[in-house]
Design a binder for this molecule. Structure first.
Ligand SMILES: [Zn+2]
Length: 113
């Protein structure tokens, strides 16, 4: 049972996971600041509609960060984290399925090179 050699190895995958962890932490802040900006402008303008463009832009920004918070498998490109997994922050990472097995939970490709 020889493992197929991965063109990338574990290093880049680990970096991808840490990058996604970092982005993941920012998602609630992006959403919070969108609502904060909206409420500040709405109060200042005495019109709840005044801040809507800011809210829309802020939520769009949060969506972009949410997309960056997904680590992609170098083999199949799918999410390396399973639904409901809590990978934790980059400073205190919680090992996920992919880190225990060192292979993609979706396509089964070996990721440790
Ligand atoms: Zn995969």
């Amino acid at each position: 049972m020889a493992k197929a050699p991965s063109p990338t190895g574990w290093g880049p995958v680990r970096k991808e996971l840490q990058r996604a962890r970092g982005a993941r932490r920012l998602v609630p802040w992006a959403i919070l600041s969108a609502f904060l900006g909206w409420s500040l402008i709405s109060v200042a303008a005495r019109n709840w509609r005044a801040g809507l463009p800011l809210l829309g832009g802020g939520l769009l920004f949060a969506l972009v960060i949410r997309a960056l918070a997904i680590p992609h498998c170098p083999a199949c490109g799918k999410n390396l984290w399973l639904r409901g997994e809590r990978p934790g922050p980059p400073t205190a990472p919680v090992p996920t399925q992919v880190e225990r097995d060192r292979k993609c939970p979706r396509c089964g490709a070996g990721l440790d090179g």
